[in-house]
Write a protein that binds this ligand. Sequence first.
Ligand SMILES: [Zn+2]
Length: 137
Amino acid sequence: MTRRQFTAAFGTLPALAFGEEAAPVTVRGKLTQDPGQDPVILSEGRRIRLEGDEQTSGVLRDDRLKDIDFEVIGHWDGTDKLKILPIHKRAMYVHQNGKRLFVTYWCAVCSIRTYTPGVCWCCQDQTALDLKEKLDN
Ligand SMILES: [Zn+2]
């Protein structure tokens, strides 16, 4: 096939035809953590399984967020599973009192902010859940 024929045949197809990722979708619902099961979000009567990178999974399994009004951004992987965008894309939010809040973790001793639960890398204390309206750093 020549370049001219190729362009004629495929030039007007949308980019998706070449395997590029679709625009991410936003799902909001109740973050549900049943023992021994992957975290799910209950949204409009559907149970959607949530997957993500290691730090994202840490947030999804944080029991301080159990049953919270939660929002995730990601890509469908099948009809009932959502792959959440990487942690640096800031793809998880908590809705509280009409506000959309970033999920962060804070060590008050060292003034260090992280984005997944665990111990502070500096003092090794447990970090506190700190839901933030804006990220200041
Ligand atoms: Zn610390």
